[in-house]
Write a protein that binds this ligand. Structure first.
Ligand code: NOJ
Length: 760
C-alpha cells in the first residue's frame, strides 16, 4: 500500500460508521437512512426517490483496475450512480475511496457492493474446495469460509463469488477443483457450511460477506468436460442432482446467486426464466439478487440465443438476472427496452429492490467503510485453521506394509518431485490474493520441523509438473543411496485446473510418470504425494508406490500438514469427494449411477480374454468396458487412515417405516489398528423400485469418528424418511413406498447392509 493512499485509508478507518450525507434529500425522504426502520420500508423509500438512470446503474457491475485513470473513470461513474457493484477492486485503498465517492458524491449516497472471487481463502489459502470437501467436516469448512470473510472484509470486500456448488462428475473439467465433487448430499452439506461461514451470524457485521451460490445451474455437466460448453440435463436430473445444493444454499440464507455460462438443453442459464425465476424465487422464495456470470448476458449472442446485445439484455433481465456482471448490455439498452415495452418498470423496480435489500441487510448504509483491522491476515489462528483443513483433506489412497507413517527409524529421506517446494502451485486455482511467499511447502516443513532428527536430501528432479526434461530423474535416482525412504511430490501446477483449464488426458503430465517409475525401481520405500486440482488417472503410480497420499492443492499450510501426516503426528482422514477413474475413457464415472439393464457383476470378460475370431454375442454381457472393467481406481468416499476400521452389527430400529418416521441406523465401528485415527462413517441407501429408476446408492449421512487402537463405538445415524424423497414420474418431490437397502461403511463400495421398507 503506498503512503498517500494509505493515509486516505487511515482516514476512512477513523471515520468508521457514518451519517449518510449524500448530496440528495433530507427530512421525511431520508427514511431509508434510518437503520431502525425495517429493511423493506427502507428499500421502498429509497426506490421511490431514484431516477430511472440511478435504478439501471444499480443493475450494473463493473470490474475495476488500478491507476489514476481508473480512479477518475470509476469515481465519475459511481458519483453519477451508474455502478451498483465493483469487482476486482485492486486493494483496500481503492475500495474505501470508491465507497467514499458513492456515499459522499452520488446523489442518494447508495454504497457500492465490493466483490471478489474469494474462493478458498483470501490471504491465508485453504485447500481448494474439492480438498475441503474431502474433509467431510462441515465445521472445518465453515471456519475456513469465516476466516476468508474476516480477511477479505478487512480490505473492504463484502461479497464473494462463492460457494461454487456445481456437481461435477467429469475430472476433465478444470473447474471440478472449485466445487465439492460429485455428490448431491456432500455438496449440499458443504454448501450450507460455506454460506454460513462467509455470511457469519450477523450480516451487518463488518466481517460478513454476502455469499453467491454459483454457477446456477448445471455448469458442472459441461459436455465432454470442456469449459463453457453446453449441458443437456433433463428436468428430473436437474431437480434430483444439480439443484439440491443450491436449494440448500437458499435455506441457509445465501444472499446472491450467479447464473452460469452453459446453455442447458438449448437455453443459456442467464436467459433461463424457469430456473432463475420460477424455481429460485417461485419455489424457494429467494429474495436476494441474481448476478450474471462475467459477460454471460452478452454472450447469449454467441450462443445463438439472441440476435444482438439488446435482445440479450431483454432476455437476461426478463429471465431474472438482476445484476449484470461486466458486459454492460443493461446500461446500454435498458431504457430503450423500457420505452419499447419489452421490459417493465415493475420488473426494474423489483430487481433494484433485490439489490438494495442485500445492501441494507449487509449494513452497508451504516458501515460502508473498512472498520476491521488490517492485521487479521495470516494470523496464527488462521494459519492453524488452514493447516487443520489441509491435514483433514489429505486422502491416504494406499499404504502397503504400513509404509506410513514413517517410523522413528527413518533417519535419511530423499524428497523429490516438482511439487515438493512449489509455493505458488501448492495454493491451487482461484488465488488472486494469497502470496506465495507465505506458503509453507513440504520441503520447508520437513526442514523446519523434522530436519533436526532427519537428514533431508532434496532433489526436485523436474522443474515443474509439465517439465519433460528427464535429466534430473537420474540425479534423483542417484540420490537414493543411503536413504531410508523416498517422498516424491508430483501432480499438477495450479494453472492446470480451474476455469478454462480442461484436460483430455488425466495422466501425470511431463516426465513425472517416468520419475515415479525410476524411483520405484530403486527398491526404497516410495511415498508418492499427489497435489492436484482433480482426480488424476494414476493407477500406474499407485501400483509403483508403497504409499500414496492425495492432497488436492492444499493451500498455504499444505507443507506442515503433509509433514505431520507423513511422520504420524496426524493420521489421514480425508475421503475421496469424487470417484477416481482408472482411465479417462470411463469418464463420467460416479457411484450414484442408475443400475441400467445389465449391471456389471464382476464376471466380465476383459479385452485379452476374448478368443480370436470370437463369435458375435451379447448374451451374458453386462455394462462395462472391455479394456477397463467397470470399477473405478478408487470409489467415492474412499480413504485409509493409520488405524484399521471395521464395521459390523448393522441395525435399524424397525423393519417398516412410515413417511413421517425417522430411521435410526447403527453399526459398530472398531479400530483394530495400531494408531489412533479418524474414520468418516458413511450412510448410503438404495430405493429399489420407483416410478422412475433410482441410483444404486445415495449418500445420506456421514460422521467423523476418532478411535484409539482397539476401541469400538456405535455409530448412529438418524435419517428422516422424508430425506428419501425425490422427483419421480409426476415431477413432484415425494417419498415412494417400497423396498430399500441401507448401508453403513467407510466408502461408497461398502457392503454391510440391511433392508427396510417404507409403507404407503
Ligand atoms: C467467471 C467465473 O465463471 C466465475 O466463477 C467468477 O466468479 C467470475 N468470472 C468473476 O471473476
Amino acid at each position: 500500500m503506498n503512503s498517500i493512499t494509505g493515509l486516505m485509508l487511515a482516514g476512512a478507518v477513523l471515520t468508521g460508521s457514518v451519517m449518510l450525507t449524500g448530496c440528495g434529500g433530507s427530512g421525511s425522504s431520508d427514511l431509508y437512512k434510518d437503520a431502525t426502520q425495517p429493511v423493506e420500508k427502507r428499500v421502498e423509500n429509497l426506490l421511490s426517490q431514484m431516477t430511472l438512470d440511478e435504478k439501471i446503474g444499480q443493475l450494473n457491475q463493473r470490474s475495476m483496475w488500478g491507476g489514476d485513470d481508473a480512479l477518475a473513470i470509476f469515481s465519475e461513474e459511481i458519483s453519477k450512480g451508474n455502478i451498483g457493484s465493483l469487482l476486482n477492486v485492486p486493494d483496500a485503498v481503492y475500495a474505501d475511496s470508491m465507497q467514499r465517492v458513492a456515499i459522499e458524491r452520488s446523489r442518494l449516497g447508495i454504497p457500492v457492493l465490493i466483490s471478489r472471487d474469494v474462493i478458498h481463502g483470501y490471504k491465508t489459502i485453504f485447500p481448494i474446495p474439492l480438498g475441503q470437501a474431502a474433509t467431510f467436516d462441515t465445521a472445518v469448512v465453515e471456519k475456513g469460509a469465516r476466516i476468508a470473510a474476516v480477511e477479505a472484509s478487512s480490505d473492504g470486500i463484502r461479497w464473494t463469488f462463492a460457494p461454487m456448488i456445481d456437481i461435477a462428475r467429469d475430472p476433465r473439467w478444470g473447474r471440478i477443483a472449485e466445487g465439492c465433487g460429485e455428490d448431491v448430499y456432500l455438496t449440499s452439506r458443504m454448501s450450507r457450511a460455506m454460506v454460513k461461514g462467509f455470511q457469519g451470524d450477523d450480516l451487518t457485521s463488518s466481517t460478513s460477506m454476502a455469499a453467491c451460490a454459483k454457477h446456477f445451474v448445471g455448469y458442472g455437466a459441461s459436455e465432454s468436460g470442456r469449459d463453457y460448453n453446453s449441458t443437456f440435463i433433463p428436468e428430473r436430473l436437474l431437480r434430483n442432482v444439480y439443484l439440491p445444493p443450491f436449494e440448500e444454499a437458499c435455506k441457509a440464507g445465501c444472499l446472491t446467486y450467479m447464473s452460469s455460462f452453459n446453455d442447458n438443453d438449448g437455453v443459456p442459464a442467464s436467459g433461463n426464466k424457469f430456473v432463475l425465476t420460477d424455481i429460485l424465487r417461485g419455489e424457494w422464495g429467494f429474495n436476494g439478487f441474481v448476478v450474471s456470470d462475467w459477460a454471460s448476458v452478452g454472450e447469449m449472442v454467441n450462443h445463438g440465443f439472441c440476435a444482438d446485445r439488446k435482445e440479450a439484455a431483454m432476455k437476461g433481465f426478463n429471465a431474472g438476472v438482476d445484476m449484470e456482471m461486466e458486459s454492460g448490455t443493461y446500461i446500454a439498452h435498458m431504457k430503450e427496452l423500457l420505452d419499447e415495452g419489452k421490459v417493465s418498470q415493475a420488473d426494474i423496480d423489483r430487481s433494484v429492490a433485490n439489490i438494495l435489500r442485500v445492501k441494507f441487510m449487509l449494513g452497508l448504509f451504516e458501515n460502508p467503510y473498512i472498520t476491521t483491522p488490517q492485521d487479521v491476515k495470516y494470523s496464527d489462528e488462521h494459519l492453524a485453521a488452514a493447516k487443520e483443513a489441509a491435514v483433514k483433506s489429505a486422502i491416504l489412497l494406499k499404504n502397503d506394509n504400513e509404509t506410513l507413517p514413517l517410523s522413528s527409524g527413518v533417519k535419511r529421506i530423499l524428497l523429490t518431485g516438482p511439487l515438493a517446494d512449489a509455493r505458488h502451485d501448492q495454493m491451487g486455482t482461484w488465488v488472486f490474493d494469497g502470496e506465495k511467499e507465505k506458503t509453507v511447502t513440504l520441503l520447508d516443513a520437513l526442514r523446519n520441523e523434522y530436519g533436526g532428527d532427519i537428514n533431508i536430501i532434496y532433489e526436485p528432479a523436474l522443474g515443474y509438473s509439465r517439465d519433460k526434461n528427464e535429466a534430473g530423474i537420474a540425479r534423483a535416482v542417484n540420490a537414493v543411496r543411503g536413504v531410508d525412504a523416498v517422498i516424491a511430490v508430483v501432480g499438477e501446477e495450479s494453472i492446470l485446473s480451474g476455469e478454462a483449464h480442461c484436460l483430455a488426458d488425466l495422466n501425470l503430465v511431463g516426465a513425472q510418470g517416468k520419475l515415479i517409475e525410476a524411483l520405484s525401481h530403486t527398491g526404497k520405500p516410495l511415498v508418492t504425494v499427489v497435489m492436484a486440482g482433480r482426480p488424476l488417472t494414476i493407477k500406474k503410480q499407485v501400483d509403483e508406490s508403497d504409499a500414496v497420499l492425495y492432497s488436492f492443492h492444499p493451500g498455504t499450510m499444505g507443507g506442515p500438514a503433509l509433514a505431520d501426516l507423513i511422520f504420524g503426528k496426524e493420521s489421514p482422514s480425508g475421503k475421496t469427494p469424487v470417484t477416481f477413474p482408472l482411465a479417462v475413457g470411463q469418464v463420467p464415472i460416479y457411484y450414484s449411477k442408475n443400475a441400467g439393464s445389465r449391471p456389471a457383476n464382476g464376471t466380465e470378460t476383459l479385452l485379452n480374454d476374448i478368443p480370436q475370431e470370437g463369435g458375435q454375442t451379447s448374451l451374458g454381457n453386462t455394462s462395462y468396458w472391455l479394456d477397463a472393467g467397470f470399477g473405478p481406481l478408487f470409489p467415492f468416499g474412499y480413504g485409509l487412515s493409520y488405524g484399521q476400521f471395521d464395521y459390523s452389527d448393522i441395525a435399524i430400529d424397525k423393519d417398516t417405516y412410515s413417511k413421517g418416521d425417522c430411521i435410526k441406523a447403527t453399526a459398530t465401528l472398531t479400530n483394530s489398528g495400531k494408531h489412533k485415527a479418524t474414520e468418516v462413517a458413511q450412510l448410503y441407501i438404495r430405493d429399489h423400485a420407483g416410478s422412475v429408476t433410482r441410483p444404486v446408492k445415495e449418500l445420506k449421512g456421514f460422521e467423523r469418528v476418532t478411535l484409539s487402537p482397539g476401541e469400538s463405538t456405535t455409530v448412529t445415524f438418524n435419517l428422516p424418511v422424508s430425506e428419501l424423497a425425490f422427483y419421480g414420474s409426476d415431477m413432484a418431490k415425494k417419498v415412494e413406498p417400497g423396498d430399500f437397502t441401507l448401508w453403513i461403511g467407510g466408502n461408497s463400495d461398502c457392503k454391510l447392509s440391511t433392508p427396510f421398507k417404507v409403507a404407503n
